[in-house]
Design a binder for this molecule. Sequence first.
Ligand SMILES: [Zn+2]
Length: 413
Amino acid sequence: MPRYSINDQRFNQTLQELGHLGESPTGMDRVAYSPEDILGRDYAIKLMKEAGLETRIDNAGNIIGRLAGVDENLPVIALGSHTDTVPKGGKYDGALGVMAAIEVIRTLKDQGHTTKHSLEVINFTNEEGTRFHRWLVGSRSMCGLLEQDDLDAVDDDGFGLGPCLADIGGDISHIEEARRSTGELAAYLELHIEQGPYLHKSGNPIGVVTGITGRAVFEVEIEGKANHAGTTPMETRRDALVSASKLVLAIQKMAAEQEICRVSTVGSIRAVPNAVNVIPGSASIGLEFRDTDMAALAAAEQELRRITDEAIVNEEVAIDVQRHRFTSSVPISAEMQAMVAEAAENCGMTWEPLASGAGHDAQAVANIAPVAMIFVPSVDGISHSPEEYSTPQDCANGAQVLLELLLLADERL
Ligand SMILES: [Zn+2]
């Protein structure tokens, strides 16, 4: 049995109320720094204040609500996620973790329970990274991972980050003051929807996150020869798009059949001149591999280079492979995983270990503190879509386990 029960109804009502801010027939639009994002942030601040949290906005625009613990000398235990969304997104991605963190604080207050550690609810700003094409901006600022490139980023209209940050209470010229040091946080606990199909399929209400996936992104340029589509015999062609197409299928097989890495995706393709009566002289594809095992990502890159070398010989095309991004996976410690599993069991819920295929604020915070993540089912595994849905029971289960996890962490850390 859990020690205290969260108020399911009150909690789900806050999720629904937040879900009306920025809602439209095509989905949720609380893109970071937009007026709708600010409505969502103000709603979170209002709830935090009602829960008795002392709230502030750091220079990166993160909303931080603090509740003093018995021993103010101990490092803080933080709970949180984000309330920004992708365009045409869903009601649960990020929102669940913030609303649940606030419900946990309200329940503790109702019960008159003061934790040993001081607590913080953090609503990280701009997790999704839509407008400036830079993600985890709030959490990376807090953890010293922001780069000059992030600060210089402009949106599609050439508009910079500074005024946007000012609109939400941040300050780009002193953004480094948002940084926290290692040891300031005893732990960071994040509840999130799975955004994938595994829990929905297995029927387990809780996922114990084992790690957050690493990601390697590549651009492959193929150079063949453009020529007349009517007069060039088939056997003499050097068609860059045909070579690209063969690569697309080979890359799909790398995960689907050869199981070299967990997932492999070619998400973009371009042909030049892209005219129906011209044999494509050049083509490019954009692709990515994801796995929590960095050795698997290295093996995938090696295989990519092997198949492109083969294509150069067999198809008489020139190929250039550029690695654009390589994000390391973030493992979650066995100790923190065991605590999440124990919290689920204390609440009478079955669980399964799961790797996160998506990125989260927790992966940035892991640079300065131990982190734990709890997943709850996403119906049909749908996310970043208006169809994104987790049942009120799934959401309440997650909040309940988050509370129990916090109490365990407060005793043990
Ligand atoms: Zn999220």
